[in-house]
Write a protein that binds this ligand. Structure first.
Ligand SMILES: Cc1cc2nc3c(=O)[nH]c(=O)nc-3n(C[C@H](O)[C@H](O)[C@H](O)COP(=O)(O)O)c2cc1C
Length: 381
């Protein structure tokens, strides 16, 4: 019996296996509205039978987009465009999830395939970014406008409105994006949060905004929806947020109604930066990108809290993924680049792990032909 292909029940939703498609920005929406590309992209992973398919970082307000072409769910037109994709994913026996996001001081940037550069606010495609403090991400980035208390409260409400819309279009899994230097992460990290009021200062002050969002969203979506929270477990930068902080946060997120902590890392200085290890030692590029390099973060959350955890980052091999679940290092694995390379990764992993000898996981439209293919393959052996 494969651990990777065992189901997982979270509140009112059962995931058929432990494989999630990590949120993957496609920078292909128009005014935040999903396009045929989104249907094609996400439906492929549903046919590939990941247990949980996350929609990309979906902005809760226009200013919360990373790029002008990010997906949004701040209005009904956007929600209506998402609905058929949700319904198709469910029709494949797969669970759709949505990542709700505010880009904060990393907003108003060009897509990676357009150069990833910040877009100035006086450019027709740009806008003024906001953050906890007037501290720019780095060289070339705009200085964010410091959010007022009213501004913070409005964003908490925007998360609630977006989550309500998400439930209305059929999502039973919602992830709050608290990683990669975006708004919630920038409130958590002492590098970007230099506020003197109740939303800054010690870790309790810096956690306040994220916990307010988590509590408000839990209250709005009810008890049956599974809530994930993506953290940057470490800033991996001197004087930054560290793994002990993440354990403190996870325990508070648990009280706020979060079910799963999705353990990513980095991003406070721009792209995912890995400068120092958890012990403060400089990292080489290769040691920061070894297979499963972020798994220890998910393992600590799983072992030191009552929460479920999801591991992500260079999980590429079915045996590696199976071991992560089987060894109790995480409850779920999320795949990004590897599953973009091979969207049928879960179906192929099931073959490798002998979890689907008769191709029963395949959609019926494919199963009969894949059966024949197998017979022919054996005949030609
Ligand atoms: C094209 C692309 C888009 C991404 N978009 C998001 C996103 O919307 N939200 C997010 O939290 N992470 C995003 N990420 C990070 C991934 O979710 C994942 O954490 C990262 O790629 C590491 O996993 P991997 O090694 O399996 O690719 C993105 C990564 C890629 C490659």
């Amino acid at each position: 019996m494969s651990a990777l292909f065992s189901p997982l029940t979270l509140r009112g939703v059962t995931l058929p296996n432990r494989i999630a498609v990590s949120p993957l920005c496609m920078y292909s929406a128009v005014d935040g509205v999903a396009q045929p590309f989104h249907f094609a992209h996400l439906s492929t992973f549903a046919r590939g039978k990941a247990g949980l398919v996350f929609f990309e970082a979906t902005a809760i307000s226009p200013e919360g987009r990373i790029t002008p072409n990010c997906l949004g769910i701040w209005n009904d037109e956007q929600a209506a465009a998402i609905k058929p994709i949700v319904e198709f994913i469910k029709s494949m026996g797969v669970v759709p999830g949505i990542q709700l996001a505010h880009a904060g001081r990393k907003a108003s940037t060009a897509a990676p395939f357009n150069g990833s550069k910040p877009i100035p606010s006086d450019h027709p495609d740009g806008w003024q970014c906001v953050g906890p403090s007037p501290v720019a991400v780095g060289e070339g980035f705009a200085t964010p406008v410091e959010l007022s208390i009213d501004g913070i409260k409005k964003i908490v409400n925007d998360f609630v409105d977006a989550a309500t819309r998400a439930v209305d279009v059929g999502f039973n899994v919602i992830e709050l994006h608290g990683a990669h230097g975006y708004l919630m992460n920038s409130f958590l990290s002492p590098i970007s949060n230099q506020r003197g009021d109740e939303y800054g200062g010690d870790i309790n002050g810096r956690m306040r905004f994220a916990l307010e969002v988590a509590r408000a969203v839990r209250e709005a979506v009810g008890e049956d929806v599974a809530l994930f929270f993506r953290i940057s477990a470490v800033d991996s930068a001197e004087g930054g947020w560290n793994m002990d902080d993440s354990i403190v946060l996870s325990r508070e997120l648990d009280k706020a109604g979060i079910d799963v902590v999705d353990c990513s890392a980095g991003g406070i200085y721009g792209g995912p930066s890995f400068r120092v290890s958890d012990e403060g030692k400089p990292l080489t590029k290769s040691s920061a990108r070894a297979p499963g390099f972020q798994v220890p973060y998910a393992e600590r959350v799983k072992k030191e809290t009552e929460l479920h955890s999801m591991a992500v980052g260079v999980i590429i091999d079915p045996l590696q993924a199976e071991a992560i679940i089987d060894n109790g290092q995480a409850d779920l694995v999320a795949l990004g680049r590897e599953i973009m390379y091979n969207p049928f990764w879960p179906l192929h992993a099931a073959q490798t792990l002998q979890a689907d000898a008769d191709f029963n996981l395949w959609p019926p439209q494919y199963k009969w032909a894949v059966d024949r293919r197998e017979q022919i393959r054996k005949l030609n052996e």
